[in-house]
Design a protein around this ligand. Sequence first.
Ligand code: ARG
Length: 408
Amino acid sequence: MLDKVVLAYSGGLDTSVAIRWLKGRYNLEVITLTVDIGNVADLEAIRQKALHVGAIKALVVDAKESFINSFVFPALQADAVYEGQYPLATALGRPLIAQLLVETAKREGAAAVAHGCTGKGNDQVRFDVSVAALAPELKVIAPAREWKMTREQTIEYAQTHNIPIPITRASPYSIDENLWGRSIECGVLEDPWNEPPEDIFAWTKSPKETSNEPAYLEIGFDKGIPVSLDGEKLDGVTLVQRVHKLAGQHGIGRIDHVENRLVGIKSREIYEAPAAIVLLKAHQALESLVLAKEQLRFKAKVASEYADLIYNGLWFTGLRQDLAAYVESSQRYVAGTVRVKLFKGNCQVVGRKSPYSLYDYGLATYDKGDAFDQSASPGFIHIWGLPVRTQAKIQSPFHQKRNTKGQR
Ligand code: ARG
């Protein structure tokens, strides 16, 4: 009996060619695994295609719920955004797919897992490192990294082996999508001077074509997790899908990012992430109401560490667990409602409230009812400014210049 390999299968050209290639090159029986994290249109057609191309078994798994609850929401609680721009949709999907590959390999008695990543990107790292963390004994094969075929040669290979070529091959773009966002690269986008052509966008309307009336949305949070829209309690997947749709209609979520890949390359990627943009903004607005200044500042540092770690494929590590524990603790009072206004490509927070709000009207107001004791300020300022006065008397460059008439 031949050894088996479980291949992460999207139904696209590369992974279809990989089914045949794995058989030819490694003499392995291929089981495909298609993971639905909000990206796949026709799962049954993908399954049939895998079998047609030569897989001995074609599995499909709906992982939308675990994706949102175990990967996306922890990242949202952390405010994890890579280099201040990319909400990490693709990067969050990879460790989950790797985990499911490992589980399937164990169940099916496979000796290896495989994925369709090339040798230039971040995704190969995320798959390989995640699999290594979960099952170091499993071999990982990345056909597209090994076969050294150009796009044209891959198409030729498909033609000689009777592998149906998706019509989408006409698209010069490489696209990855899931519930948290859509990543688009290649083609004319490789010149960072080129404005992204309108036809690459699938989830967001051009602000030119959006409604002239803004939409308002009230997002309810509990422990940093969005739980309701306009007062209606919703499960995570439904909530994200609804925000996605509404925000996309208002042209929100387009990101144009020249990013630094882990493998040392700068690359230009366009993202559409309507739900992520809105939910991250709302979440941060609520945090600014209920967290103390020092908590907010420290948490921003954690957010940037956390984002790097997700981007760099280190989800299944001790540090990720430790940061997650901090983030979870930081969210214990992040409950309340944020009101956002969606209009012409912009998401603006226009209101926020929480039973745990640290905003004190009596302290903040300039109207009557002012509870702030202004007579205490001079004493505070006297002490606060003490080291400044001390230093200024002895070292100030301003004094020095004046005293020495610029001779020193
Ligand atoms: N640059 C993003 C990342 O490293 C997305 C990668 C996949 N992009 C794509 N267009 N296929 O996470």
